[in-house]
Design a protein around this ligand. Structure first.
Ligand code: CP
Ligand code: NVA
Length: 298
């Protein structure tokens, strides 16, 4: 039984297998030759908002021949306190796989353990593995192997998206710089677990020099809304703008996992100048996740 719960637990070989299948699925989308989910029903179980992840999984499951059922956690008994392990055992007897977006990483792991069906982490507070698999696929489509390159993450370095980047850096041998205020840098324990070349710095300009890729994410992740004002105050300045981009390597890419807040983590002009890449990245969620689903049911 395969699951996709984190980048931490995924090997380089598995990532490469997923990217190889993503390229084929992208190229052959119109033909829809492969239907490995035929006869299956998959549940999407979401406790947080989503546009890209929900739409790309719903479309992807259908294109692979499966049926899909969206369950908002607030509308099922889970939202009224039914334990995750009971929800898992019920769904495990009725559906063939589950895609889960929630808060605690332990909930996704418990679901995988108790359900007995393939489980996908569609974002937790700890990781966003489908996003980072897509981001690196997108980089490599445009610039070739990421090995040896410099990736500069700007903004809240302590949330799920940079955490998945951190685990990927060690496995794929690229340099990852996290430019963030001290209080928003990744936990030392996480860095120690990951290994690899991760450089955390407060000096944004130093982090930008010679970068091959700039990356940012929202300053206020889902679940952190109560800290909004404080976060905006502390993270002000940790922004991708045209002045910063000029410090990177010529031809450096700019990516954003979206949704984007203009004037906060990225300026309107920096966003629009890189919209081609950013929306390729959004589209690639579909192709890469179809490859993940195909890999899970192999
Ligand atoms: N990037 C991402 O996961 O977007 P959604 O929150 O819209 O799914
Ligand atoms: N760090 C963000 C990612 C959104 C896709 C969040 O968790 O809200």
């Amino acid at each position: 039984m395969r699951h996709l719960l984190s980048i931490e637990k995924l090997s380089r070989t598995e990532m490469e297998e997923i990217w190889k299948a993503s390229t084929i699925l992208k190229k052959e989308r119109r033909l829809q030759l492969k239907r490995p989910l035929a006869g299956q029903t998959w549940s999407l179980l979401f406790s947080k908002s989503s546009t890209r992840t929900r739409v790309s999984f719903e479309v992807g499951i259908r294109e692979l021949g499966g049926q899909v059922m969206f369950l908002s956690a607030h509308e099922i008994q889970l939202g009224r306190g039914e334990p995750i392990k009971d929800t898992a055992r019920v769904l495990g007897r009725m559906v063939h796989g589950a895609v889960i977006r929630t808060f605690a990483q332990s909930d996704v792991e418990e679901f995988a353990q108790y359900s007995g069906i393939s489980t996908v982490n569609a974002l937790t507070d700890d990781e966003h593995p489908c996003q980072i698999l897509t981001d690196i696929f997108t980089f490599q489509e445009k610039r070739g192997p990421i090995e040896g390159k410099v990736v500069t993450f700007v903004g809240d370095g302590a949330c799920n998206v940079p955490a998945s980047w951190i685990f990927a850096a060690a496995k794929l041998n690229f340099e990852l710089r996290i430019a963030a205020p001290k209080a928003y840098q990744p936990a030392a324990s996480l860095l120690a677990r990951a290994g690899g070349k991760i450089i955390c710095m407060e000096d944004l300009k130093a982090a930008a020099g010679g970068a091959d890729l700039f990356y940012t994410d929202v300053w206020v992740s889902m679940g952190k809304e109560a800290e909004s004002a404080e976060r905006i105050r502390h993270l002000a300045g940790y922004q991708i703008n045209q002045d910063l981009i000029r410090l990177a390597k010529p031809g450096a890419l700019v990516m954003h996992c979206l949704p984007a807040y203009r004037g906060k983590e990225i300026t309107e002009d920096a966003f629009e100048a890189n919209a081609g890449t950013i929306f390729d990245q959004a589209e690639n969620r579909l192709h890469v996740q179809k490859a993940i689903l195909s890999w899970l049911v192999q």
